[in-house]
Design a binder for this molecule. Structure first.
Ligand code: FES
Ligand code: MG
Length: 585
């Protein structure tokens, strides 16, 4: 079988170039015999570094991946991926998903790589790497760094992000001080690994397994466990075989695989960032995946994983209870996994991989017959506010339901008065202003926070009510926005609104004081004003040059803004989606 790497290292028709490629790769000790042996060269796309602490443990794990590659008859070439750290990057890590994607596409296309191990973990690293694998379409296997161990504070579980959202409210209510706040935050990060809640990282790693791109059981193993190193070795071995079998991402990430992932997302209570990222990966494979698909395939499915923010446990518990294999097995047992016959990186189907999996702790992973919540998927809302926005129904609390969704004549709808903020700075500057008159009948709206307005989209839609309201026991208000929210947040916000205000979506036209109606049954979200008034506001804003947003701060912000799609279309670089299968020989 012909390998891509032979074009570089063993091409007698072009001895000049072969010599140039060979001589320099020898300089750290690899031999000409190895490079010309016909053994597959396996890239290890390294996302870990000091700048990316969530993925940093991959630097260690890569040693075991290498051993697996070597034992299976391959040669490992490890190389860096542009760093993405969810909590460390200004203005937002989401800006860098497409940048890391572009960089990895160039690396996989332009260097002598026959197959690649994608070291995934922190939120955007997973979609960035899967998107690149989709575009280049050489054999690829994802390998998760694994979540952190459970965090503990005062004998209670302290989960990444979720503990901070809660502690912020306690701080606002005067229940703790700054020191107490910091202590809780630090307690939630006890070891190497990514967020230990079912935030975007655990979600995307679980979905990478549900898509068939990780070895079965790989997603949930905590980063420090020995099984994580053993899985690294097995992954290294398997990618070499995949090169020999010519098993490629497009063979695995089919439309059926995406539908499986949507089902799993409902059952785990996955992040609202998942539709953005999965829709993006799909687009790079030429697959149409829409937010309507998310509602159609996912909404009616139940929540099984009792993991924060939708439940009470953390990732370590989730793993011990059986992890993604238990979830998939449970969905298959109830005959609601859309495509058990989908192919995976093992070369076998989902059904074959997970036939023996089962739940090991029914409190942490509920059986299908006794779910945590019914109808736990996303609703795709539409109306004059936007064409599409996602609401995560699994995090609608009893308190929220009692306050907003308990009118016997209108049980699935609520109305409220809009209070509008233009970006996070405006929100922080004015939220405590008593003149806004915010009460429990208000709906907080934030705009200017989408892919263009706030490059990459800000994770800010889960807005905290003013302190005075929190002190009265009103700890959440309905929130709507064209930005995103952290997967670790338990707010039932309406978010990822597309088109965003900066693209002149309906959010650009809403005004403080407008009445807003949300109808979950109908799937609608509207400003209760006439079409004429809406048209007048639109003409007015267009005459003033459109919805204003701040200038770009870096070259990449400007480039991305000029060609990025909206959240419902994956926030991809539009010119990139036409490039497919570019790694073929
Ligand atoms: Fe990196 Fe949550 S911040 S995984
Ligand atoms: Mg996040």
């Amino acid at each position: 079988m012909k390998l891509r790497s032979q074009k570089w290292f063993d091409n007698p028709e072009n001895p000049g170039m072969t010599a140039l490629y060979i001589e320099r790769y020898l300089n750290y000790g690899i031999t000409r015999e190895e490079l010309q042996s016909g053994k597959p060269i396996i890239g290890i796309a390294q996302t870990g570094s000091d700048l990316s602490p969530c993925n940093r443990h991959h630097v260690e794990l890569a040693k075991r991946v290498r051993e697996g590659i070597r034992d299976a008859g391959g040669i490992a070439f490890e190389f860096p991926v542009h760093p993405i750290q969810e909590t460390g990057k200004r203005p937002t890590a989401a800006l860098d998903r497409n940048l890391a994607y572009l960089g990895l596409v160039e690396s996989l296309y332009g260097y002598p790589i026959d197959g690649v191990v994608l070291t995934i973990g922190c939120d955007k690293t997973t979609p960035a790497l899967l998107m690149a694998a989709a575009t280049v379409n050489i054999p690829a296997i994802a390998f998760s760094v694994g979540p952190m161990l459970n965090g503990w504070f005062n004998g209670k579980r302290a989960g990444s992000g979720t503990a901070i959202w809660e502690a912020r409210k306690m701080l606002a209510a005067g229940e703790i001080d700054y020191e107490g706040f910091m202590e809780i935050a630090c307690a939630s990060a006890p070891s190497v690994g990514y967020c230990n809640t079912m935030g975007t990282a655990s979600t995307m790693n679980s979905l990478a397994e549900a898509l068939g791109m990780q070895l079965p059981g790989s997603a949930s193993i905590p980063a420090p466990y020995r099984e994580r190193g053993q899985m690294a070795y097995a992954t290294g071995r398997r990618i070499v075989e995949m090169v020999h079998e010519d098993l490629k991402p497009a063979d695995i990430m089919t439309v059926e695989a995406f539908h499986n992932a949507i089902a799993v997302n409902s059952a785990i209570g996955g992040s609202t960032n998942a539709p953005i990222h999965l829709n993006a990966i799909a687009r790079h494979l030429g697959i149409e995946l829409t937010n309507d698909d998310w509602q159609r395939i996912g909404y009616h499915l139940p929540l099984l994983a009792n993991v924060q923010p939708a439940g009470e446990y953390l990732s370590e518990d989730f793993h011990r209870a059986g992890g993604v294999p238990a979830i998939i097995a449970e969905l298959m047992g109830a005959d609601v996994l859309p495509h058990p016959d989908a192919l995976t990186v093992t070369g076998r189907t989902v059904a074959e991989n997970y036939v023996d999996a089962r739940i090991l702790d029914e409190d942490v992973i509920r059986p299908f017959s006794r779910p945590l919540k019914e109808n736990a998927g996303f609703i795709n809302l539409k109306g004059n506010l936007f064409d599409s926005a996602i609401m995560k129904t699994s995090v609608i609390s009893e308190e929220f339901r009692a306050r907003y969704l308990s009118n016997p004549d209108d049980p699935d709808a609520f109305e409220g008065k809009a209070v509008v903020f233009d970006g996070p700075e405006d929100y922080h500057a004015r939220i405590e202003d008593p003149a806004l008159g915010i009460d429990e009948h208000s709906i907080l709206i934030i705009r200017g926070t989408g892919p263009i307005g706030y490059p990459g989209g800000a994770e800010v839609v889960n807005m905290q009510p003013p302190a005075a309201l929190i002190k009265r026991g009103i700890r959440e208000l309905p929130c709507i926005g064209d930005g995103r929210q952290s997967g670790t947040s338990g707010s039932p916000s309406i978010l990822n609104a597309s088109p965003e205000a900066a693209a002149m979506g309906g959010l650009a036209l809403v005004q403080t004081g407008d009445r807003i109606r949300i109808d979950l049954k109908e799937g609608s979200a509207n400003i209760l004003i006439s079409d004429e008034e809406l048209a007048r506001r639109r003409a007015d804003l267009e005459a003033r040059g459109g919805y204003p947003y701040p200038a770009s701060q870096t070259p990449w912000q400007e480039i991305q803004r000029s060609m990025v799609s909206q959240f419902d279309r994956g926030m991809v670089l539009e010119p990139a989606v036409k490039y497919r299968d570019i790694g073929r020989i």
